[in-house]
Write a protein that binds this ligand. Sequence first.
Ligand code: MN
Length: 252
Amino acid sequence: MHNRTILITNDDGLWAPGLELLARVAARFGRVVAVAPDRNRSAVSSALSLHGILRLHPLGEDRYACDGTPVDCVLLGVRSVLEREPDWVLSGINNGFNLGEDVFYSGTVGAAFEGVLQGSKAAAFSMHPKADLAVVEPWLETFLRRWEYQELGPNRIWNINFPKGEPKGFKLCNQDNRQYHNLVEKRVDPRGMPYFWIGGEVGPTYTRAPGSDAEAALDGWVAVTPLRMDLACPEMLAKGEDFNNTFNGNGA
Ligand code: MN
């Protein structure tokens, strides 16, 4: 049971407390190899470094800092450090939620998607910025003890968000929608030149649709969302005849 190989990474950097907890809990399930960015690389999604060299700095047994993105870390971990696909690729625990459309920007989620592309079971973990890691720990362990009993199809990952405070339980969720305010802020530097700051100072607000990840996480549940990489819209694909009439027909 405990001979698994587990690759862990994150987008907050190798020294983030969330990664430390993930490493400690994952070690109860197998050999843990950590390959993580040498600085905060949040919101780089699935970015790959194709136009520069990458360095891997060994920092003790099975622990490496990499000067690339979270996806670079997964690739180097699988192809260079382990030289085979690990059983699990775990990413996080991110300092801050990844709910709704956050998952498109998140480096935490991007790394987990790279994990399934490399042939491993993969999950992304995030938490409320004020969540207590000591409270999260047993819930993370429970998830890892049980997640192999729930099979996901190919190219799918689990996206887990831990709430603030003692969770009420695990809840299977859909994705919510979010709205960001003051998305681009323009300021002026001491030399009078304008600069821009993305994200603004107010955090996102969520629709909190019933059954959604944001509703669950903000209501105190561990929000568990199965995510897929194949984004094609099934409702439109079911209307092939309609499409052909529009684009291939003889109409106006
Ligand atoms: Mn982050």
